[in-house]
Ligand binder design. Sequence first.
Ligand code: NDP
Length: 303
Amino acid sequence: MRVLIGGGSGFVGRELTRLLRDRGHEVTVISRQPGPGKITWGELESRGLPPCEGAVNLAGENLMNPLRWWNESYKKDLFSSRIDTTKTLAQAIAASPSPPHSWVLVTGVACYKPSLEAEYTEDSSWTPFDLLSRLVKEWEAAACLPESVAKTTKQVVIRPGAVLGRDGGAMKQMLLPFWLGLGGTLGSGRQPFPWIHVADLAGIIAHALEPPTDTSPPAVPQVFNGVAPALNTNYEFTKELGRVLRRPTIFPVPGFVMNALMGSERAVVLTQGQKVKPKRTLESGFQYKYPDLTSALREIVGS
Ligand code: NDP
């Protein structure tokens, strides 16, 4: 299968590319920068969709970019980098004389309202309630294909929690302070912490790229929660990471400090959380390599 991956040069994209190539598939990345094995977004717009059986979009300005201050220009970039690239790819798919059989967008669990009690599955209904949930709404809407194309192209939306892996995402920023024994819970620590190992997220995306089994796929995108089946709190995550690293975790960071450092609209992803269950992901037969924190953190830390 030939697969086109928007933002495939990033943390998740590199893992997905490795997995797909190992399985004998061909990958082309869509990037802002030209290079071998890549096309640019401008080339996609001017030349149309290259021949492919699967397409994925992972592009987006990093929400946790430590080099960017939380302000209107950053928020604008978070929206436009996701919505514009998704629209461009969806439009190229719709305009293609031979559209791919699968089109996968990766968004996030920020659509589900943080709560200590509520449990969410892919069937849970939700309406936007803050900046990040509005982002998810507009992002997912940008991916919808016209009915005529949706008859043959399977549309999938995957909503991951925090993606854990050695080479990027939250762990890249957390490992050093934890190694130094400076780690601790964030906010109250009681908030749920939905997470997934990057290898499992790549596996779920690859699973979603498989050709549709039904002759006419549903007209609306099928949603899969990209989270591990284990439901953990920030406290459990912190203590387990400390245990695996054999380091103390005695320096909690209060919520107001997180808000001041990161901006409250962004800090919410760490100081609050949702209990998210991968109901449809499990029902689809997907087998997790890292279903629990201990196995995931051991693989990442390398012990
Ligand atoms: P990365 O931060 O690694 O970024 C992916 C790619 O997006 C980059 O390699 C870059 O490609 C492209 N990109 C970055 N900034 C912009 C921009 N301003 N405009 C256009 N393209 C841009 O993302 P991840 O791999 O970590 O995540 C993939 C997707 O999954 C993202 O949409 C993210 O929001 C979502 N997600 C990630 C989570 C995580 O914990 N990592 C959690 C939940 C959701 P290039 O430089 O080649 O153009």
